[in-house]
Design a protein around this ligand. Sequence first.
Ligand SMILES: NC(=O)c1ccc[n+]([C@@H]2O[C@H](COP(=O)([O-])OP(=O)(O)OC[C@H]3O[C@@H](n4cnc5c(N)ncnc54)[C@H](O)[C@@H]3O)[C@@H](O)[C@H]2O)c1
Ligand SMILES: [Zn+2]
Length: 339
Amino acid sequence: MKKLTYKFSNSSVDYWLAGGISHLKKITDQKNSIIITDENVFTAHTKRFKGWNCIVLKPGEEFKIQPTVDTIIEQLIKMEADRKTTLVGVGGGVITDLTGYVASVYMRGISFGFIPTTLLAMVDASIGGKNGIDVGVYKNMVGIIRQPKFILHDMIFLNTLPQAEWENGFAEIIKHACIKDAAMFRELEANSYKKYQARKTLVCELVKHNAIIKTKVVQQDEFEKGERRLLNFGHTLGHALENQYEISHGQAVAIGMTYASVISQKIIGFKEPGRVAGLLLKYDLPTFADFDKKKVFNVLKMDKKRERKDINFVLLEKIGKGVVKSIPLTQLENIIQEL
Ligand SMILES: NC(=O)c1ccc[n+]([C@@H]2O[C@H](COP(=O)([O-])OP(=O)(O)OC[C@H]3O[C@@H](n4cnc5c(N)ncnc54)[C@H](O)[C@@H]3O)[C@@H](O)[C@H]2O)c1
Ligand SMILES: [Zn+2]
């Protein structure tokens, strides 16, 4: 099993990207570890948890809140977890966020690792050290940046992943291709869900590649002063849409990327918005959508009110090259109104 080690400002993280959960024992001491997972993952993969201490939570974003943190902490105390205990989050982004957050505050911080089980968590949520919870309508309002000790992948979990979750993951993968990797963009154009789902090695390579893309962006800018902002491509408008309409994160980001591509054409002469939309459609993601532009723009503006008159918006110079531009809100509003 091959290990890659990535250094961040205060720590380094071991990545076992073609590992398998059966290797967890070699990475962390079973007696001193506690797995945190959710009911969906636990039910679908019960036998893989045999021999491990587990805390099994209710699934869903609505549980990524302080009361769940309290419940976990009470269970940790009952289980006599101490400073030598390692928490292992096995699940999607909700579980990795909760695990990283609890591990960072329990006894002023204990070590933790992740086995992400959704595509989105493999290529995005488990990477970069942001761990947090929601407060009311405010997503990820409370949290910290602290890196896990390790990340271990096991593609076997993808066998039970619902199709809607493949779409959420591919939205972020397409995002990475747009901002950083023209060759991967072409690979995605040439493939399909069918091909990736039929060939484990193909999806394994894609996941590894994307985990590393995000890692390198974060390494350059762990505390989000510049480069890391590129990862917000499609997310500014996406978050505003997600907040107003009942759509998934992947769908919202897909629509956000479509509009950001057209805005890129208008502001910096990006030539291929049609190719971005084409790729999203290929992976069953929405592109142009009918939405109440005024309402959505108002949310977008509120969301970023701290930045006063301008907004940092991620544009594409070309496929594979994202750039962050400060755009006056009035200009952005005019463009969105016209589209
Ligand atoms: N920390 C970060 O940098 C970061 C980045 C992106 C997203 N996030 C967070 O991640 C969360 C979204 O993550 P997500 O999309 O993985 O959602 P999720 O954790 O809610 O998982 C999606 C659904 O799939 C189920 N599931 C997970 N793995 C499964 C498997 N292998 N088989 C069957 N079902 C499975 C879950 O129980 C859940 O119902 C959000 O809370 C978001 O804020 C964090
Ligand atoms: Zn996202």
